[in-house]
Write a new protein. Structure first.
Length: 154
């Protein structure tokens, strides 16, 4: 899917503006979401300026409407994550993609970042991934020792 614009709050209401980096970018859609996206695309009847999702009156979706429609405050409270913001889900998605082995330069393009260092700030490995990294290093060093490439125990 191609992302060409974004809607953000501004003084006086919501405004459409360019994407991050002012460049259209490709967004991967995971398989379980594809049928839903296809139905929404069909509903636009080929209008390239149509919105896939609209607010209650057919226009832009405000952050307040989105919060209410998703019951964001109730869900985050019930989960014990009152501090969670919707933007944090962007960090989660990029972290999951990195954990899936997607290369950083590809993630940079998906996120629409100009600099790879910006994208890297979005990665938040969980404790399990950090423990796995330690185990991987242990196994690597043990193999080097078995193969005689290092002579003493680290």
């Amino acid at each position: 899917m191609t992302c060409r614009r974004q809607t953000t709050p501004a003084p006086g209401g919501l405004v459409d503006k360019h994407t991050k980096g002012r460049v259209a970018r490709l967004i991967p859609i995971i398989e379980p979401l594809r049928p839903l996206i296809i139905r929404r695309l069909q509903a636009t009847r080929g209008d390239p300026d149509a919105r896939l999702y609209t607010g209650p009156r057919g226009g832009r979706i405000s952050t307040a409407v989105l919060r209410d429609a998703t019951h964001w405050d109730d869900v985050t409270r019930d989960l014990g994550y009152e501090h969670l913001r919707r933007h944090d889900l962007r960090h989660t998605g990029l972290t999951w993609m990195a954990d899936a082995g997607i290369l950083p330069h590809i993630l940079k393009e998906i996120a629409g970042h100009r600099l790879i260092t910006t994208t890297q700030r979005y990665f938040h490995p969980d404790v399990l991934r950090i423990l796995e990294a330690g185990q991987a290093l242990t196994h690597h060093l043990e193999k080097l020792q078995r193969d005689g490439q290092i002579t003493r125990r680290w």
